[in-house]
Design a protein around this ligand. Sequence first.
Ligand code: FES
Length: 106
Amino acid sequence: MSNDEFVQVASLANLPQGRCAAVAVADREILLCHTADGVFALDNLCTHGAARLCEGKLKGNRVLCPLHGAAFDVRDGSALSRPAVRGLASYRVKVTGDAIAIAVTD
Ligand code: FES
């Protein structure tokens, strides 16, 4: 846990509320989602198959997989509906002014 380091990955200006975007950090592809509850960061790869969640839909605090429609809660990565049963890893987010930073733990 001591290796946590926040890395700036995006700006709020480029991620308006209701939008998602994929960013690459430390050899991982991470999904940023901006909802009414804030900005959240999750693994971008669905736990059910080889689908990139940035190509799915964001509905409130749920992101829907584009391939088979599984829903995940963007606030903690939990799987909300089948066919996905495993949740997504989630990462801490810090928003300072316009800057979005995330902490990826090794
Ligand atoms: S690949 Fe995401 S629900 Fe199947």
